[in-house]
Design a protein around this ligand. Structure first.
Ligand code: MN
Length: 215
């Protein structure tokens, strides 16, 4: 079964005015579409990997044959990252976090505002393309990190609870070069129920050793 782009769980215009409909069309259909197409093309060279989930591939990047490792890292990462991204947003989202993630954020960062500042800062300072993340590490602590390109934290043994895409394709049509403005606006579309589900999953996830080679 080839990997597929999941349909958006809402209309393309649902996240207006914070994320415009044209950006959503390009981002979901074209960019995510290309990651999935390129991932499937790479896996055709190694059909034994075709039944593995994209998460599983990224967790064990070192075991991926070298001729497709880069393609799997970039396009598998692009697929997993965006599949999460669409779900952790919704129309009329935002506001303060609720449930267990709210408690965990307060415990780790002091309060929601301090967490947001730290997260937005990680996104603003990520040089070039990449992602800002809230992750749970193997000791069970929450951390804010950023990754370049489409690297997903699961390749470092970290569980991604929430992430924001800071590639220019995510914001340039509306925000132009004003990435910090996009980062600030994005909180208005966060789906905290979904983030709580992911936090719950992170507490049950198996602990994985870092799968990236130490370089
Ligand atoms: Mn993207």
């Amino acid at each position: 079964m080839a990997h597929e782009v999941p349909p958006l769980p809402y209309d393309y215009s649902a996240l207006e005015p914070y994320i415009d409909s044209e950006t959503m069309h390009l981002h979901h259909d074209m960019h995510h579409g290309a990651y999935v197409k390129n991932l499937n093309a790479a896996l055709e060279k190694h059909p034994e990997l075709q039944n593995k989930s994209a998460d599983e591939l990224l967790r064990n990047l070192n075991s991926i044959p070298e001729d497709i490792r880069g393609a799997v890292r970039n396009n598998g990462g692009g697929h997993v990252n965006h599949s999460m991204f669409w779900k952790i947003m919704k129309a009329k989202g935002g506001g303060a976090p609720n449930g267990k993630i709210a408690e965990a954020i307060n415990k780790a960062f002091g309060d929601f505002e301090s967490f947001k500042t730290k997260f937005n800062d990680a996104g603003a300072k990520q040089f070039g393309s990449g992602w800002a993340w809230l992750v749970r590490n193997q000791s069970g602590q929450l951390q804010v990190i950023s990754t370049p390109n489409q690297d997903n934290p699961i390749s470092q043994g970290l569980f991604p609870i929430l992430g924001n895409d800071v590639w220019e394709h995510a914001y340039y049509l509306k925000y132009r070069n004003r990435r910090p403005e996009y980062l600030a606006a994005w909180w208005n579309v966060v789906n905290w129920d979904e983030v709580n589900k992911r936090f719950e999953q992170s507490t049950k996830a198996e602990v994985h050793e870092p799968a990236l080679a130490s370089r």
